[in-house]
Design a binder for this molecule. Structure first.
Ligand SMILES: Cc1cc2nc3c(=O)[nH]c(=O)nc-3n(C[C@H](O)[C@H](O)[C@H](O)COP(=O)(O)OP(=O)(O)OC[C@H]3O[C@@H](n4cnc5c(N)ncnc54)[C@H](O)[C@@H]3O)c2cc1C
Length: 401
């Protein structure tokens, strides 16, 4: 019965503990002070983003051979949780870059592709994004319309991508340096679309920004854009793997995407709980602090218990998730389903505990609540997680243990 009592589920090694401390300090000193104003302006803080490269976060899961920190899924979860305590919008831009583009490339790209892009992506010199969704297709990913046709030593890409985080990096409309793009290259014998993955460089003619999406409910500290591809020509070496291998790339990367989105909800919940406890002990009504009233206690206690339950599940999945393998779909969908609904509910509870003050920007929780909503949609809707989990458990009922 050796070391069980010393096991720290949330910081299993000294390295994880130090990482959490470092990101927490960075968040308090650099991220917190800018969060409210960038949300108000609806702008992405590119300068601050580049600083994440200086502290080794942009290539957190990438081998040091390519300039990364060589860490694991647990480390990625810690970074996303900590950044989201102050600014989930900024953290979403970090996730789109470091998980959706960079980790995808590190796991699925060729040596040549990795050497070409990863050092710049890890340092912050380059900003990356991932383009899967389209104006008419989100959940139904096989229905995408963007096409890549083989042509004289490369591919001609035509189509539109919608809702792309980091699709534009500033207010001048500057494009992301690298797009991890999914497109249709054919149909299989059953008539299903064959999807292939391409690395589209900023220098590619025919790749442009359609529009920066304005007036989002939350996540306003990250930019979201529509991308347009009009006869955008990429050379053959822009293809990742072989034609038709996107499903493999998507399935591997969606697991870390969903896990880190769930981790963002933990940060949102933690901050919301801190805010409501402090407020409930300071605010008086009918001559007593409101924390003595049972209904307020219910908000605080339910929030804490639900947060801790989600946190244990998220960290348990993080411990098991191998970035180079698939096979955790049930639980990566599971953590996102449970943690994102928890995060939104806890932020909502915090607003309720603060009454009118919860409804304005000064106390932060209204921003967290707006940001929390996106996590029930992006990276897979709640309904898509319900669909996947039920499908996988029906096929393999022994997974329920
Ligand atoms: C701020 C923001 C950032 C984003 N960032 C990115 C990004 O970086 N890259 C990217 O590729 N995409 C991104 N997205 C897109 C996001 O992943 C999609 O919005 C999401 O997958 C849902 O797709 P949709 O919006 O087309 O909704 P739809 O798929 O059209 O769904 C509409 C509704 O129908 C439901 N539904 C659909 N199919 C079923 C079904 N079979 N059973 C039951 N219900 C169903 C959905 O759950 C939802 O409630 C982002 C979106 C936002 C808002």
């Amino acid at each position: 019965m050796s070391d069980w009592n010393n096991l720290d589920l949330f910081n299993p090694t000294e390295e994880h503990k130090m990482l959490r401390q470092m990101v927490r300090e960075f968040t308090q000193s650099e991220v917190e002070p800018q969060a409210e104003s960038f949300d108000r302006k609806e702008e992405f803080n590119l300068e601050l983003f580049k600083k994440l490269g200086e502290i080794g976060l942009l290539g957190i899961t990438v081998s040091d051979e390519f300039g990364g920190a060589g860490m694991d899924a647990m480390a990625a979860v810690i970074a996303h949780e900590e950044l989201s305590v102050s600014d989930p919008g900024f953290c979403l831009a970090y996730l789109a870059h470091s998980m959706l583009c960079v980790n995808n490339l590190a796991v699925n790209g060729s040596q040549e592709q990795k050497q070409k892009y990863l050092p710049g992506l890890c340092s912050g010199e380059l900003v990356g994004c991932m383009a899967m969704s389209e104006p008419h297709v989100g959940t139904d990913v096989m229905g995408m319309k963007t096409k890549a046709e083989k042509k004289d030593g490369g591919y001609n890409i035509n189509g539109q991508k919608m809702w792309i985080t980091n699709g534009v990096v500033d207010e001048k409309g500057t494009k992301a340096d690298l797009v991890w793009l999914y497109a249709v290259t054919g149909v299989d014998e059953k008539g299903r679309s064959q999807l292939s993955t391409f690395l589209v460089d900023k220098s590619c003619d025919g790749y442009s920004v359609g529009q920066k999406i304005q007036d989002k409910t939350g996540m306003r500290g990250s930019n979201t854009a529509e991308l347009v591809f009009e006869n955008a020509f990429v050379e053959e070496n822009a293809l990742v793997g072989s034609e038709g291998s996107s499903m493999h790339h998507m399935m591997r990367n969606l697991e870390i995407e969903r896990l880190t989105l769930a981790a963002m909800s933990l940060g949102i919940a933690r901050r919301s709980i801190e805010v409501m406890i402090k407020y409930a002990n300071e605010r008086e009504a009918f001559g007593k602090p409101i924390s003595v009233y049972g209904q307020i206690q219910k908000y605080i206690s339910d929030s804490y218990a639900q947060y801790m339950a989600s946190k244990c599940y998220v960290y348990e999945v993080a411990r098991k998730l191998d970035l180079n393998k698939g096979g955790n779909r049930v639980d990566s969908d599971g953590v996102k389903l449970v943690a994102t609904t928890m995060g939104k509910q806890v932020a909502d509870n915090a607003i309720q505990v603060l009454g009118g003050y919860g409804y304005v920007g000064e106390y932060v929780v209204e921003r967290l609540w707006r940001d929390a909503k996106l996590l029930e949609i992006g990276g897979g809707t709640l309904e898509s997680h319900q669909k996947n989990i039920t499908k996988d458990l029906s096929r393999n009922p022994e997974m329920v243990r």
